[in-house]
Ligand binder design. Structure first.
Ligand SMILES: Cc1ncc(COP(=O)(O)O)c(C=O)c1O
Length: 413
């Protein structure tokens, strides 16, 4: 919980309960996204800036985030799945989109159809792309596993792989990259050792005649702490959304959270001492209490642990404890010490209420996780309201569609 001093961390909330939909909502300020992009861009220039908009733009909405980021000077977008990339193309986003994740043979066709930039780390992946070729060149990036022990080709297998890929007429080298395991920690020896592995691997490629115009390694943590890792391009995710990756990285540029998660009280119970609250009566009132019901639950993406640890929400500009289990659709909040509380009063889960701030980092701390998890965990049932110039310019509501038959082109295009 931060003091009122920092209350300008969040842009003022624009929507009220009367906005025209569900009380529970996430308000995403696209001007804040743009400002964060500009700050990061200024820091890393002349390196290119790739904005990571995977997992629905870290829960903010990948399409509006990508658009706002590109308008603010981002050069490229990165996602994990082919479908995430196709969604951007269908929304009319023409900038290069790098797909970090693996793709199936069927998805190789989609990569061509939508002119996506695949990550390649195996011969099989490259072969699938070559077989689906459309009579032009497709740019690709090779990922090297320099120590995260996750995706990517091992440095010892890199040269033979790139040599093979270079025989494929349809493929064109564009990028070579790696991803850090521990850049968000204060001690940087592991990251610098990964970076050195990367540098050497790239040098061996160059000596063998395989150059890549875009070498990239830095994520948000490295952007903030390690300028020597910028190379030709950096990849920032969490910074764009306004969060520092951990408490151990430098606050090198000012970043502001772009998303507020708010709701309104839907009921108030006056209950006697000894009353059990919620499933399992996990919480029993030790004294007479006022329990407020707030219509948000784990079906909206709130961690179930929120009610069982020391989770709180803001009511009347101060923290009030979440008590009892988080249900699928609602939480119960002890507002006995929150002053005068009425039905319909605003509740802030993430954001600023009368100068008191609760961030996704605070919620993450309360639920033993990280801001990334809290933000990407927000489910489609939470409407996203988009703000620009102090007014709501778009709304994304819960609109599930019928499943389309497998193989139906309209399902893919
Ligand atoms: C390959 C890759 N690059 C960059 C990022 C961005 O990381 P961050 O959100 O910490 O900036 C991610 C996110 O996990 C990633 O998978």
């Amino acid at each position: 919980m931060k003091a009122a001093l920092q209350s300008r961390l969040f842009a003022p909330l624009v929507s009220t309960a009367g906005w025209g939909g569900r009380a529970t909502r996430a308000e995403v300020n696209l001007d804040v996204i743009a400002a964060n992009v500009r700050e990061l861009r200024r820091l890393v220039q002349p390196a290119l800036l790739l904005v990571v908009a995977k997992a629905d733009g870290y829960g903010h909405g990948s399409v509006p985030v990508a658009r706002a980021a590109l308008e603010a000077g981002a050069d490229r977008i990165g996602v994990y799945t082919v479908d995430e990339a196709v969604a951007l193309r269908l929304a009319g986003i023409l900038a290069p989109v790098l797909v970090f994740g693996p793709f199936t043979r069927a998805e190789a066709g989609l990569i061509w159809d939508h002119d996506l930039t695949p990550m390649i780390s195996s011969y099989e992946g490259a072969l699938a792309l070559q077989e689906h070729s459309r009579g032009r060149k497709l740019r690709y990036h090779v990922k090297i596993d320099t120590g995260l022990t996750r995706a990517g080709v091992e440095p010892e297998n890199l040269l033979p792989l790139v040599a093979k890929l270079s025989t494929f007429s349809a493929l064109e080298r564009e990028g070579v990259f790696t991803h850090f395991a521990r850049a968000d920690e204060k001690a940087k020896h592991s990251t610098l050792s990964q970076f050195e592995n990367f540098r050497q691997a790239v040098q061996r490629l160059e000596e063998a005649g395989y150059s890549f115009p875009l070498r990239h390694a830095a994520n948000s943590s490295a952007i903030l702490d390690l300028p020597e890792t910028y190379l030709d391009m950096v990849r920032t995710g969490i910074g764009v959304y306004g969060y520092y990756p951990s408490g151990e990285v430098g606050r090198t540029v000012p970043l502001r959270p772009a998303l507020s998660l708010v709701s309104n009280i839907s009921r108030i119970h006056k209950v006697a001492k000894g009353t059990g609250v919620g499933y399992g009566h996990e919480f029993v009132c030790e004294h007479e209490a006022s329990i407020a019901l707030v219509p948000i639950g784990y079906g909206d993406g709130l961690p179930r642990t929120f009610g069982l640890t020391n989770g709180s929400v803001l009511v009347n500009g101060r923290p009030a404890p979440v008590v009892g289990r988080v249900s699928m659709d609602q939480i119960t909040v002890d507002v006995s010490k929150a002053g005068k509380v009425h039905m319909g009063d605003p509740v802030t889960l993430i954001g600023d209420q009368d100068g008191t701030v609760q961030t996704a980092d605070d919620v993450a701390r309360q639920t033993s996780t990280i801001s990334y998890d809290i933000l990407t965990g927000l489910l489609p049932r939470v409407p996203r309201l988009y703000v620009r110039d102090g007014r709501i310019v778009g709304v994304r509501r819960y609109l599930p569609s019928e499943p389309t038959p497998l193989g139906d082109e309209s399902a893919q295009a």
